[in-house]
Design a protein around this ligand. Structure first.
Ligand code: NAD
Ligand code: UDP
Length: 309
């Protein structure tokens, strides 16, 4: 049985991953400090054979013996990481070294949850892994973007220098049940606003695009990347279908059956104008591409938010 460490296992993506790995018969050690995640996300897993929870801040060293590590722990929404800038940089540096240290000592394979943010406000569309990005190193998003970039560099350094078996997943915007309802991300904000009859907040013109990947597709992609025989270097995981934020808002209104107003708010500084993954690499090596449409995924997500509203 494979013993798998999932850091950030009580978060949105992490809790789905823990569930998926347990269903595959793996032994899961979920490590979280509940900074942005919640015990509620994993309470249905507590008591299952092969599931362990460790409350721990991975900025501090951790000693476990495992076969695989999914390193997901990190504040992920702009609201959280911008309020906790130093901590966020430490996740890409100090915590990353701690996790790579476990991989080096135990021989475990490690998958780093990187992000489309490493492309910054991209000048190349869609974004291929070869593109180096356009990131402001001193702006409000820098703690996250540059933290994730140096985390990738650390992974490559541990691979070249110590032979650590690394995987780098560049995750594009992912949504689904168990997103935190107050973390300010666009899908959770707009659904919560629609369900509570408040105006939907559109930052800037709403013409900026994102590509939204449903959680079940993302989990499959992460699992396939982790278990692919050998792949060094980053792999984009995301849904290539782009939507403008206005299109997203209109679709959410249609699905919730509300005709509420849209209100415009200022566009946050350095907010990327366009974002969409080129997933040729994931298709070719992992035989992976998303299957859930935005409408199907939003319906499921809306049902979840109805239960927590
Ligand atoms: P999330 O906030 O729901 O999950 C992050 C988890 O990490 C939380 O449970 C939090 O409590 C935990 N955590 C934070 N700091 C920690 C620490 N020092 N020690 C231990 N645990 C800690 O966010 P998410 O959306 O599930 O994101 C998971 C990962 O995927 C993150 O690394 C994020 O950067 C990456 N990612 C997510 C998206 C997305 O659209 N959701 C996109 C790109 C990348
Ligand atoms: N956004 C918006 N209204 C909201 C929240 C976000 O228009 O209530 C916009 C935000 O400016 C960005 C996009 O939606 O252009 C996605 O924002 P999110 O914070 O979800 O993710 P990220 O910017 O990290 O991709």
């Amino acid at each position: 049985m494979t013993k798998v460490l999932v850091t950030g296992g009580a978060g949105f993506i992490g809790s789905h991953l823990c569930e998926y790995l347990l269903d595959k018969g793996e032994h899961v050690v979920c490590v979280d400090n509940y900074f942005t995640g919640s015990k509620k996300n994993i309470e249905h897993l507590i008591g299952k054979d092969n599931f362990e929870i460790v409350e721990h801040d991975i900025i501090e060293p951790l000693y476990v013996d495992v076969d695989q590590i999914y390193n997901l722990a990190c504040p992920a929404s702009p609201i959280h990481y911008q309020k906790n800038k130093v901590r966020t940089i430490k996740m890409g540096t100090v915590a990353m070294v701690n996790m790579l240290g476990i991989a080096k000592r135990t021989g475990a394979r490690i998958l780093q949850a990187s992000t489309s943010e490493i492309y910054g406000d991209p000048k190349v569309h869609p974004q291929r892994e070869e593109y180096w990005g356009n990131v402001n190193p001193i702006g409000p998003r820098a703690c996250y973007d540059e933290g994730k970039r140096v985390a990738e560099s650390l992974n490559m350094a541990y691979y070249w220098e110590c032979g650590v078996d690394i995987r780098i997943a560049r995750i594009f915007n992912t949504y689904g049940p168990r997103m935190a309802k107050e973390d300010g991300r666009v899908v959770s904000n707009l659904i919560m606003q629609a369900l509570t009859n408040q105006p939907l907040t559109i930052y800037g013109t709403g013409e900026q695009t994102r590509s939204f990947c449903f959680i079940s597709d993302m989990i499959e992609g992460l699992y396939k990347l982790m278990n692919y025989k050998e792949f060094v270097g980053p792999v984009n995981l995301g849904n290539p279908r782009q939507s403008t934020i206005l299109e997203l808002a209109t679709l959410i209104q249609k699905l919730v059956r509300v005709e509420g107003e849209l209100i415009k708010k200022p566009l946050p500084e350095d907010d990327p104008v366009r974002r969409s993954p080129d997933i040729t690499r994931a298709k070719k090596y992992l035989d992976w591409s998303p299957t859930v449409t935005l409408e199907e995924g939003l319906k499921e997500t809306i049902e979840y938010f109805k239960s927590v509203v």
